[in-house]
Design a protein around this ligand. Structure first.
Ligand code: ATP
Length: 290
């Protein structure tokens, strides 16, 4: 029987944006090989874990999410408890703030926080590397979410190289009121002729040099062409951000979330107010890299 360290604990699960996202190939199993520059931002869900009777129970303030096996939190909890032979169960409460199905890895981040939270709650002593190995069984972005910060993600997203923290800046995140299916985006990408590949190595070098202009000039996401074609609001938000002083702006992941990089929090706040008036975004956040 494992020794329980504490009976209850809370963890933040942070969202990510992609400063760069390239698709470089396709594996036989249909997975895409990617090269991505990942960056944690200060938008987070809060998860509370309480040790209890056997089984996994989830409660959430989000009306949009399943609370059973379809929730990535559930899958992460079952995987960890079974792998480590924990007989006890857990009650998990999710306070949802990260936009859902928006390209910000909210589900993956919740899964990563669950692996980390239960590792601590039940004093299991698993290394971060082991948690990342378990995480990839839940989703390709989960290992990165276990690591967090600034990183180069390759393979299907699970081959990680930590990078120095990206240069400080303010980030305006805008989530338009549309749903984009990741499957749709990748299918259309595959059907496309040739896409412009972002300069991932140049972005990495700019981060290593601490050059914000170098990072901003290389913002690029190969999926943006597909999603922005289907959803003109993405281009409209990008233009609005640039007109309101953004150094650069890009869609994150498969979208539809768009972010703008600003030199100061004041500029980002001012842009937020302007964007609010346009009604182009359903949710707006001013945040920073974490
Ligand atoms: P990514 O950036 O990794 O592609 P995303 O931000 O586009 O992810 P998520 O918010 O992680 O997308 O959710 C995608 C789907 O996963 C949703 O349809 C949702 O129903 C399901 N899901 C399962 N568990 C969760 C969770 N804990 N939080 C959010 N979504 C979840």
């Amino acid at each position: 029987m494992m020794k329980r360290q504490r009976d209850i604990l809370t963890r933040k699960a942070y969202a990510k944006i992609n400063l760069g996202l390239d698709v470089v190939g396709r594996l036989e199993n249909g997975y895409h090989q990617v090269r991505m520059i990942m960056q944690t931002v200060g938008i987070y869900d809060r998860l509370t874990f309480a040790a209890g009777e056997s089984g996994v129970r989830i409660a959430t303030d989000s009306g949009e999410l399943p609370t059973g096996p379809d929730n990535l939190i559930y899958r992460a909890a079952v995987l960890l408890l079974e792998t480590c032979g924990v007989e006890a169960g857990v009650d998990i409460r999710l306070e949802k703030h990260i936009p859902i199905a928006a390209g910000m890895a909210g589900g993956s981040s919740d899964a990563a926080a669950t692996l980390q939270g239960l590792n601590e709650l039940f004093a299991l002593g698993l290394s971060q590397e082991r948690l990342r190995q378990l995480g990839v069984r839940i989703g390709a972005d989960v290992p990165y979410c276990v690591m967090g910060g600034t990183a180069l993600a390759e393979g299907i997203g699970e081959v990680l190289t930590p990078l120095p923290p990206a240069p400080r800046c303010s980030v305006l995140v805008a989530r338009p009121d549309i749903q984009v299916s990741t499957k749709y985006v990748y299918e259309h990408l595959d059907a496309g002729e040739s896409w412009q590949h972002p300069d991932i190595d140049g972005m990495r070098a700019a981060i290593e040099k601490g050059s914000l202009p170098g990072v901003v000039s290389r913002l690029g996401n190969v999926l943006e062409t597909v999603t922005a074609h289907a959803c003109p609001v993405i281009g409209q938000i990008k233009r609005e951000m640039l007109d309101r002083g953004a150094m650069g702006s890009l869609m994150s992941g498969s979208g539809p979330t768009v972010f703008g990089i600003y030199g100061s929090g004041e500029q980002a706040q001012a842009a937020r107010i302007c964007l609010e008036k346009t009604g182009l975004a359903r949710e707006l956040f001013v945040t920073e890299f974490v």
